[in-house]
Design a protein around this ligand. Structure first.
Ligand SMILES: C[S@@+](CC[C@H](N)C(=O)[O-])C[C@H]1O[C@@H](n2cnc3c(N)ncnc32)[C@H](O)[C@@H]1O
Length: 373
């Protein structure tokens, strides 16, 4: 890593003696200043340091030194703000990104502005509204959706299930749920309405209840993860027909092996799990050979959406090219599709819905002015 010039160091030192440490990793002085503000307010929360400016400074300096070694700010302070929920942060899971926050908020705003304005749809055939968040990580999508859906006060409520293969990520998700309840950000009913389960979406373990054959939604038997999903969503209101899930949403690993080395920052490679970013080299048997390694989660997740008769599917992707491949894959499997652009004009999300659901509101212009196709 190139040395920081004496001119820049002097400029930073004039403002604060700790700023050069915070500048070392990201090389943007505004970011270094913002990190310093956040770290200062973080140490003020430590009651034990309250009356000791010397100990406060020593502690602040130790945090700045960790940041200088490229440790993400969210790991140092322990949480990441994800719109209006807080997600516990640590080496076991990806730190949630702003692109993901925008996807969730766009979906929730559109549900509010277009979908649930229809009274029949609000009643959702007498069932709770059901969201399946595959590759949930530390649970940011599930928890932010929960926060937003509580505000809608749906007649039959909602259920959100997050599934991930990583035990450490799921521990953070479960602790994040409790953390948000304790802070009063989510109500205590969230313990009932939001769940997290371990499961491998690429290679689901065969179910102990059956021979791997799909014997319909009311029976267990396809795979262990399918069974877990069914048991979570089934309740006494569940009718014998119709979708078991309303929306499947996923931000899966989607970076190519080369992209991981060429495009990700050092701090990402040092502190965030590779399994959260790059799909495995060994592809599952049911994924065609011509599917690029970075795309393999999308068809696997689509199979879950089809199995659970989801009305819609929302994906985050790496950008324009991947979005157009994922869109084509969904169309070839009978979905109506569209894409959403992010604030930089990149096609960042692919949305799909079944024609008979009439969910083409997914392509109406977002009311917050975000562009779309
Ligand atoms: C890009 S991260 C997304 C995390 C979180 N949903 C978010 O948006 O911040 C992808 C997640 O997929 C999980 N994952 C990787 N392989 C998986 C698999 N085979 N089955 C289920 N989850 C998997 C990783 O553990 C990681 O948490």
């Amino acid at each position: 890593m190139p040395r920081i010039s004496r001119r820049i160091t002097n400029h930073l030192l004039k403002k604060n003696q700790l700023l050069p440490l915070l500048y070392r990793d990201n090389r943007i002085s505004e970011l270094a200043e913002s990190d310093l503000r956040i770290l200062k307010s973080h140490i003020l929360q430590h009651a034990s340091l309250k009356n000791s400016p010397t100990r406060q400074f020593k502690y602040l300096k130790s945090l700045c030194e960790r940041r200088a070694r490229a440790e993400p700010l969210e790991h140092i302070i322990g949480t990441a703000q994800f719109y209006d929920v807080e997600i516990l942060s640590g080496r076991g899971a990806l730190i949630p990104r702003t692109e993901t926050e925008s996807m969730v908020m766009r979906l929730c705003d559109d549900l509010k502005n277009y979908h649930f304005v229809n009274k029949k749809r609000r009643r959702n055939l007498g069932n709770s509204f059901r969201v399946l968040d595959l590759c949930t990580g530390s649970g940011p999508i599930a928890l932010l959706m929960a926060k937003q859906l509580y505000e809608l006060d749906l007649p039959y409520g909602f259920r959100i299930l997050g599934v991930d293969v990583s035990e450490s990520a799921l521990k953070l998700a479960t602790r994040s749920l409790e953390y948000n309840i304790k802070k009063g950000i989510l109500p205590k009913e969230a313990r009932r309405d939001v769940g997290f389960r371990q499961g491998d979406v690429l290679n689901p373990e065969p179910s102990i209840y059956g021979d791997g054959e799909d014997r319909g939604l009311n029976h267990l038997g396809k795979s262990e993860v399918h069974d877990e999903i069914k048991s979570f969503f089934v309740n006494e209101c569940q009718v014998d027909y119709g979708p078991m899930v309303d929306i499947v949403i996923a931000n899966p690993p989607y970076i190519s092996a080369n992209g991981y080395w060429e495009d990700t920052e050092r701090s990402v490679r040092l502190y965030e799990p590779e399994i959260a970013l790059v799909p495995p080299e060994k592809r599952p048997d049911n994924i065609a050979d011509d599917v690029l390694r970075e795309d393999i989660f999308y068809p696997a997740i689509e199979e879950f959406a089809t199995y659970f008769k989801s009305k819609a599917i929302i994906f985050e992707t790496g950008g324009d090219k991947q979005s157009s491949r994922v869109k084509a894959m969904l169309e070839s499997r009978g979905w109506e599709t569209g894409t959403w652009k992010d604030y930089r004009g990149i096609h960042r999300n692919v949305v799909g819905w079944r024609k008979e659901t009439g969910w083409n509101w997914l392509l109406l212009p977002s009311k917050d002015g975000m562009s779309y196709d």
